[in-house]
Design a protein around this ligand. Structure first.
Ligand SMILES: Cc1cc2nc3c(=O)[nH]c(=O)nc-3n(C[C@H](O)[C@H](O)[C@H](O)COP(=O)(O)O)c2cc1C
Length: 394
């Protein structure tokens, strides 16, 4: 389902960061219409936004060259979410007071969609009583805000007023768009984190999985109304609230939690890193001695079990964390697990893998169609994966 964001850009230094917002949203398949104030065009040329959004940029209410009947009304209706980033003290004041004297303020007045404002300004301006009162009034009316952050501002002052990072703004936009509950009635099982196998009475065999990716997947699907079961092993991330979570230790425990209700789910996302091996014999006491040789045996393969036992309507997504031969290894894993698609990443790359907030992945489907994606946040990637699972099945 195509989602539409109308992005208002107003006259502040942070305008240049809005280019990154547009670029990220477009990469996620979201349609972006940019409205710039006249002052914003002093900072960044409309051509930059036009090139990034592949759409004409609107600046003038009375411009007859664009193809809409009444530009501000059609854009106001089109928005699934209206975002203004950066939002100057001026636009915040105008919206609070009901002033509609240019294309942006007129369109935002005409919209019935949620409006997300991302203020950016000098600290003294931000702390000004008038600005704070205007923000309070708008919050009361249901406008959403992403607070500015503290740091060194373009004017040289240090304090609160810097626009939030584009990545955080994009994550919030995606979260807001997903409140549409387009996955009501869908059931999805997600595995995450690491499993661990006892080595002896005090030690274990495990891996570095943080569980972050599975939490983002669970949050995304739950926000969109899906019924989610997160089967979680060891993790170093905060677990999402209001989601059914089953905590497990060993690979056998994770297998039991997944295989128990395999017929109940529309989709399975195997984002966990289960231990592939366990000790052949159970060793109750602490091992001692200079050198030890342990015999390890293969653990049950959870993804393969799901692939072999799911029906044609159930979707299986596998993950492949590789250190070499990414595409070949991922492709053979995709086939051996009978997965519908596989999300592969090279964990040796900066920004990809276990403990990062970001990932760089290649997604390969069962027709061997492969797409390389640029670096993106795990929240963005979660949205992409959940869209891909349910895209043709809604
Ligand atoms: C170099 C420069 C940087 C500015 N940065 C900001 C800013 O970050 N935030 C803000 O509220 N106003 C900023 N202003 C002032 C606005 O551009 C000014 O209030 C203008 O009227 C805003 O118009 P608009 O809201 O229609 O875009 C800046 C002005 C200049 C000249």
């Amino acid at each position: 389902m195509q989602k539409n964001v109308v992005l208002g850009v107003t006259g502040g230094i942070a305008c240049y960061k809005s280019c990154e917002i547009v670029s990220s949203l477009v990469k996620l398949g979201i349609n972006v219409d940019v409205i710039m104030t006249k002052n914003a065009t002093e900072f960044v040329a409309p051509l930059t936004f036009e090139t990034l959004s592949h759409r004409p940029v609107v600046t003038d209410t009375f411009d007859r060259n664009h193809p809409w009947e009444v530009g501000h009304v059609s854009l106001a209706k089109k928005a699934d979410l209206f975002v203004i980033a950066p939002a100057t003290a001026n636009i915040i004041g105008k919206i609070a007071c009901g002033i509609a004297d240019d294309m942006l303020s007129t369109t935002v007045m005409a919209t019935k969609s949620k409006v997300l404002l991302v203020p950016a300004m000098n600290t003294a301006m931000y702390e000004n009583e008038a600005v704070q009162q205007n923000i309070a009034v708008l919050k009361k009316r249901g406008f959403l805000f992403i607070e500015p952050v503290s740091g060194r501002l373009a004017c040289g002052d240090v304090g609160k007023g810097k626009m939030a990072e584009p990545k955080d703004i994009v994550d919030e936009i995606v979260r807001q768009l997903n409140f549409k509950k387009d996955l009501k009635g869908k059931k999805i099982l997600i595995t995450g984190g690491s499993t661990s196998q006892p080595l002896d009475g005090v030690r274990c065999l495990t891996n570095y999985s943080s569980g972050k990716m599975s939490c983002e997947l669970a949050k995304n699907a739950a926000d969109r109304g899906a019924d989610v079961l997160l089967v979680m092993g060891g993790h170093s991330c905060e677990l999402p609230e209001n989601i059914k979570i089953k905590l497990v230790g060993t690979t056998d425990e994770m297998f039991a939690a997944v295989s128990e209700n395999i017929n109940d789910f529309d989709a399975f996302v195997m984002a966990a890193a289960p231990c592939d091996y366990k000790t052949k014999d159970q060793i109750k006491n602490k091992l001692k001695g200079k050198a030890i040789t342990l015999e390890l045996v293969k653990n049950v393969d959870i993804a393969q079990y799901v692939g072999e036992n799911k029906n044609d309507k159930q979707v299986l997504v596998a993950f492949a964390a590789e250190t070499e031969n990414l595409k070949n290894n991922a492709l053979s894993k995709l086939k051996s697990k009978n997965a519908d698609f596989i999300v592969a990443n090279d964990v040796t790359k900066e920004g990809a893998g276990f403990n990062y907030e970001t990932n760089i992945v290649t997604i390969i489907d069962k027709n061997e169609h492969s797409v390389d994606y640029p670096l993106m946040s795990k929240a963005e990637l979660a949205n992409l994966i959940i869209d891909k699972i349910f895209g043709d099945k809604k």
